[in-house]
Structure formats: structure tokens, C-alpha cells
Design a protein around this ligand. Sequence first.
Ligand code: 4NP
Length: 169
Amino acid sequence: MRLPEPRTPGRYRIALVCLGNICRSPMAHVVLESRLADAGLDDRVEVESSGTGGWHVGNPMDRRAAATLSTAGYDPSRHRAQQYDASWPAAYDLVLVMDEANLADVGGRAERVGLFRDLDPVDPGGEVPDPYYGGADGFEEVLAMVERTSDAIVSAVGGALEAAPEEPA
Ligand code: 4NP
């Protein structure tokens, strides 16, 4: 998938959004940052996450989300929840939300706003289901979706940066 051009050539800013910012978007945030670091893009690509609801602001990740990440070798410890702000679509290059309710909450599809799983290479266009009220298998399912989709995002962002390289000073 072709991503929108970066607002600043040579850099890319991605915002990930769910409902509570304690399960899905934090898991996607940690995995995507890890994959970007593996690809050597972490100095040029910024990732942020938030929830459309404010109940958990300032809190660490849900302990089940954190455990799922830890077991898979990621570090969940730095996350603190924050609330989505309507200024984000104008500030970020890409706003990717986890489900249709999130999409409605941020004002619907736009050039820089879509579903995270629009970039899912296996089964594109669906939702990342909310695991909050379910069991551990829901978190495993989220991790699998987030890992394969993050790989696709890294390759798409790499393409977008090549197409819009940093301008010489
Ligand atoms: P998330 O999951 O949107 O993936 O972070 C949820 C976390 C908390 C709540 C709902 C969903 N909640 O209602 O508190």
C-alpha cells in the first residue's frame, strides 16, 4: 500500500488509536517501534498512541497486554496512556485506528486516517478486536495481527521516505 507523503520530507509520524490506550494501540506501538528499530528507521519515524476515551490516562498498559508482549520478547514498561486529541490528524502523517468505532470517533476515513488493518498483508481491512473483556487468547490474536501489520507498515514507510527524501540543508 502507498502511504501519504510525509509532511516533512525525510521524516514520518504515525499515530495509533484505540479506545482505552491500554491494550491494542499500546501493543501496536511497542511492536511497530521495535520493528522500525530493527529496520534502522527509528531515527526518522516517530510513533505515538492514544485512546479516544480518557479513563486510563497516565496508566501503564493492561497487565495482560504487557504480559503478552513480554512473553514475546518486547518491553511494555514505558507505556503511559494518553487521550486522543482532534488536532492529531493535522499533525501526524498517518492516523491508524483499531476498529470502526474508533474510526467514527476520529471523524471517519480521510486521506491520512484509516484502519490499522488496512495494511494487514494477510487479511486486510478488518478490525483489531477489543480484547479487554475477553481471555488471554484475544491478546495473542491482537499480537499476531499487530506483528504482521507492523512489518507491512515498516516496508510502506520505507517506501514513502525513499520517495520523499530529506531535503539538503
Ligand atoms: P483498548 O481496550 O481500546 O484496546 O485499550 C480497552 C481498554 C479499556 C476499555 C475498553 C477497551 N474500557 O472500557 O475501560
